[in-house]
Each structure stands twice: as structure tokens, then as C-alpha cells.
Design a protein around this ligand. Structure first.
Ligand code: 4AD
Ligand code: MG
Length: 473
């Protein structure tokens, strides 16, 4: 029986297949002189060349139906190619068309073989998978996700599925999308003229989760090392190149872990992923480097490799404020937002520190307690918490995390200060009453990591169907 192979397998292991009859299936990338078809099946950026046999060349009317985008089933023999472009080619015995392409629609589609802007590609998200650039990004995205599971599995972490629907809006990580089955045209009101959520699906107010951290903490306080990897939702009105309303986050949470260990884990973890991508996605990284070369001085591969050789600089929030103030003082830089201890670092400040001052990823720790979430562990100075953010070149904050407040009394005080409903979070507080332990974790923005590794300028170009303010279709 003749077997079917992916184009990647045929090209990678071409010696195995020489003079063998095989089946390949894919979409036409180009068709020259009724003779040479470039076929791609998505398994790799590379195409296989199909040489149309002399008997099939006679079927002119049939061949006329083969255009860019047509899907084909081809049986043929793998031979060495005399062309310079490829090592092997497929001498066709039989070509079958699965699906033809509508010429009129094609004229307006992004499949037309010319350079389209990434903005244009976004208007046809369902078709952009077929473009070289987007398929590269998608393959890299897959390998990053895989390497994340691989890393955790090799290091004794358990994958926990935290809920997407939640009743708590306590994390303070951004505005939430509400989940309801109430008929908005006939809202049920109580006697006190507030919405009667007893009539809603869950008999209470519910939201889409902004993070799985609090639930992951509960799991880690039994299983030791856990992680989540799922979609989260934030209804912030941020129209930037690094914000999505629906994005994917990875949140490891580790019992008996202090901030220092947490920072080291995050650095080792990021480097592991990058190393994995360098080893498994070279073709796609090369393509993306060429694609962007006009405004990139260094190849993507070199940038990633150099990141593996350096230690991420760790500086406290207070030190970072000092550096910013000194730089202003020495006329090295001007900021729109004034720099004062206690403020949230703005992206202009972060960019200066990462891109200009250190020129490398940095970890900033011990932030003022007033600008960070209630669950972060209070330092003895009672002004700062054991928070840490990792900032990367170009994409800025890629990781946010902390050691958690494990002391029940202090946690209660912090919740009061943040106006957080103790009743709703009784279960979270319970974890501090049944053998509480120091523990830590962080959240990695998956799409931002894909953006950094693939070198794409806009986060909307690294997720299949981006959701952003005013844009959900
Ligand atoms: O810093 P954040 O808000 O941290 C948390 O949610 C914690 N619960 C994490 C934890 O400690 N377990 O979000 C974590 C990361 C950010 O550093 C950023 O990379 C990414 O999520 N992120 C976004 N990515 C895309 N679009 C957005 N709107 C994002 N908001 C945050
Ligand atoms: Mg953050």
C-alpha cells in the first residue's frame, strides 16, 4: 500500500524516501509552466516540488484548474532534484484535485502572491493561516506551548485546570467581563432596586476569570508544585501592541518557595523555552528574520541565543527609581510621567531600563505595597511587598509574580485595605488556617512570549483570532 507522509518528513528524511512511491497532500503555493507545482501542507515552511508527468501534461483542461491555493492529492516517486532550490522532488503519477479556488474571491483575498501588510492579513484571520509569516508564528506558538508542558513535567509540576467562570473579582488584575444568562431586555430587580442575581444562571454574579492564581495556590498547598495554562479575560480598554482582551497565561505556584527561588525558577524556565525553540524552529526563525530584516539589526536567532548567555539583572523597585532619577538628573533621558517613589512604573520607564540602561531582561522586585495586589507578602519595612516583574526588550512586562502572604492576620488586614469581600474568599483564607506555608508563583503572558520569540511587532499577529476592545468578530 502506498503511504502518505507530511512534507516535513519527506524533506527532513529524504534519503529514506529516494525512489519510493508516496502520497502527499497540500495546497498549491505556485505552478510554473504547467510543469512544476510547489506544494505546502503546513507541516513546515518549506514546499515540495511536484513535477507533472508527461502523460498528465496532455490533460491541459485539468491542469488549468490548478491555481494558487488549490488543494491536491498527489501520488508519485521521490527522486533527486537537479534544480538548485531543492534536494528532492516528486515525479507525479497521479494528481487529484480536492478543492478548486474561486478566481473572483481570490483577487480580493490575502492569498494573492504579493506582500500584504500584517494589518491587511488581520482582516482575513481565517485565511492568514495559509500565509508563510502566520504559519511560521503558529508553528512557533505550538512549540512554545509544548516546551512549557515539557519543562513542568520534567520538573515535577502538576497541570491544574483552574476554572474560567468565577465569582470573585478580587484579584485586582483588571476589569472583568460579566457572565450572565439574564435577559438584558427584562432585567429582574429586587425590592431594593438592585439586579436580582438569584434569578441568574448560577444564582449569583459571575465573571470570566482574569487569572487562575488563587485556585492554583489552593492546589499547590497540597500537591507542592502546580501550574495552570489557560485563557484569561480582561476588559481593560488598552489598545496597545501588547494587550489582548482574551489571552493565555501560565501560572506556576510552588509551596515552600521564597521570592529568590521564584525569580530563579522564572529565569530558568524562560531560558529553557527559548533554548527549545532555537533547537526546534530554526527554519521558521530564519524566515521571520528575513521577513523583518528591514528594521532589525540582529537576526532573531542571534537575539535569542545571546539571551541564553546572560544572567537577568535583579534590581529592587527602589533601585530602579534611583536609576531613573539619576538618568534624568544627568540629562540622559526625559519622561512624560514624573518619577517618584510609590508610583507604578510606566511603560516609558520600563522601556528605558530594559532597552537603554541594561539592554537586557531585568527582574524588578519589592514593589510598593499600594500598587500591588493584596495577596503579595508584606516585607518587614511595611512599605513594600515581595513582588517581582520580569521585563523583556520590546514587549516589556512578560512575567508578574510574587511570594504570597501566608500569614492569616496580615492577609486579613490587606484584604480590608483593598476592600475585598472576605466571605467570597473564605476558601482562600482557609488555606492560611490549615497548615499555611510560605509559597510563591508567577504569571507568564503566553502571547507576549510568542511575540518576543517570533519578533512580531503586534500581539494581534501571534494569536489565531485576536480579541481586543471593539473587536470580537
Ligand atoms: O501581571 P499579571 O496581571 O499577574 C497576574 O495575573 C498574577 N495572578 C500572576 C501570578 O502571580 N500567578 O499578569 C501576568 C502576565 C503579565 O506579566 C503579562 O505578560 C500578561 O500576563 N498580560 C497580558 N498579556 C496580554 N494582554 C493583556 N491584556 C495582558 N495583561 C497581562
Ligand atoms: Mg503585572
Amino acid at each position: 500500500m502506498i503511504k502518505k507522509y507530511s512534507i516535513k518528513k519527506l524533506l527532513d528524511q529524504h534519503n529514506l524516501f529516494l525512489n519510493k512511491k508516496v502520497i502527499v497532500e497540500g495546497w498549491v503555493r505556485s505552478f510554473r509552466n504547467y510543469m512544476f507545482i510547489s506544494l505546502n501542507d503546513g507541516s513546515t515552511i518549506k514546499n515540495i516540488q511536484i513535477v507533472v508527468s508527461s502523460s498528465e501534461k496532455l490533460k491541459k483542461n485539468f491542469l488549468k484548474q490548478i491555481t494558487i491555493g488549490t488543494s491536491l492529492h498527489v501520488i508519485g516517486i521521490i527522486t533527486n532534484s537537479i534544480g538548485k532550490e531543492q534536494v528532492i522532488e516528486l515525479q507525479s503519477d497521479l494528481i487529484k484535485i480536492y478543492g478548486k479556488v474561486d478566481h473572483l474571491l481570490f483577487q480580493q483575498s490575502i492569498l494573492q502572491p504579493k506582500q500584504h501588510s500584517l494589518e491587511k492579513l488581520r482582516t482575513q484571520t481565517h485565511l492568514r493561516f495559509r500565509t508563510k509569516v502566520f504559519s511560521c508564528v503558529m508553528r512557533i506558538r505550538h512549540h512554545i506551548a509544548f516546551s512549557i508542558h515539557k519543562y513542568f513535567n520534567e520538573n515535577g509540576f502538576f497541570y491544574i485546570h483552574t476554572p474560567i467562570i468565577t465569582t470573585s473579582n478580587a484579584e485586582g488584575a483588571g476589569n472583568m467581563f460579566q457572565v450572565t444568562t439574564l435577559d438584558l431586555k427584562h432585567i429582574p430587580w429586587t425590592h431594593d432596586k438592585i439586579i436580582d442575581y438569584q434569578k441568574d444562571f448560577f444564582k449569583c454574579k459571575t465573571y470570566l476569570g482574569v487569572s487562575g492564581q488563587l485556585e492554583a495556590e489552593a492546589a499547590s498547598l497540597a500537591l507542592g508544585k502546580v501550574y495552570t495554562f489557560g485563557p484569561v479575560f480582561r476588559a481593560e480598554n488598552s489598545n496597545t501592541s501588547r494587550h489582548l482582551s482574551e489571552f493565555w497565561m501560565i501560572e506556576p505556584e510552588i509551596a515552600f518557595y521564597h521570592l529568590e527561588e521564584n525569580m530563579n525558577l522564572a529565569e530558568e524556565f524562560l531560558k529553557y523555552i527559548i533554548q527549545y525553540i532555537i533547537e526546534h524552529c530554526v527554519d521558521d526563525l530564519y524566515f521571520l528574520t528575513n521577513y523583518m530584516s528591514k528594521n532589525e539589526e540582529q537576526s532573531l536567532l542571534k537575539q535569542l541565543e545571546s539571551l541564553l548567555t546572560i544572567n537577568f539583572e535583579k534590581i529592587s523597585y527602589t533601585e530602579s527609581i534611583d536609576i531613573l532619577n539619576k538618568s534624568i538628573h544627568n540629562n540622559k533621558v526625559n519622561f512624560v510621567h514624573p518619577v517618584v517613589w510609590g508610583m507604578d512604573l510606566q511603560s516609558e520607564h520600563e522601556q528605558y531600563l530594559v532597552n537603554k540602561y541594561f539592554k537586557n531582561p531585568i527582574i524588578i522586585f519589592d514593589y510598593p505595597c499600594d500598587i500591588k495586589a493584596f495577596y503579595m507578602k508584606m516585607n518587614n519595612d511595611e512599605k513594600t511587598v515581595r513582588a517581582m516583574d520580569i521585563l523583556f526588550p520590546k514587549v516589556g512586562e512578560i512575567i508578574g509574580g510574587s511570594q504570597r502572604e501566608e500569614r492569616y492576620d496580615i492577609l486579613i488586614t490587606r484584604m480590608k485595605k483593598h476592600n475585598i469581600n472576605k466571605q467570597l474568599l473564605y476558601w482562600y483564607l482557609d488555606t492560611r488556617r490549615f497548615g499555611s506555608v510560605p509559597h510563591s508563583g508567577f504569571g507568564l503572558g503566553f502571547d507576549r512570549l510568542v511575540q518576543f520569540i517570533s519578533g512580531m511587532q503586534n500581539i494581534r499577529d501571534v494569536i489565531p483570532f485576536p480579541k481586543t476592545p471593539n473587536h470580537a468578530s
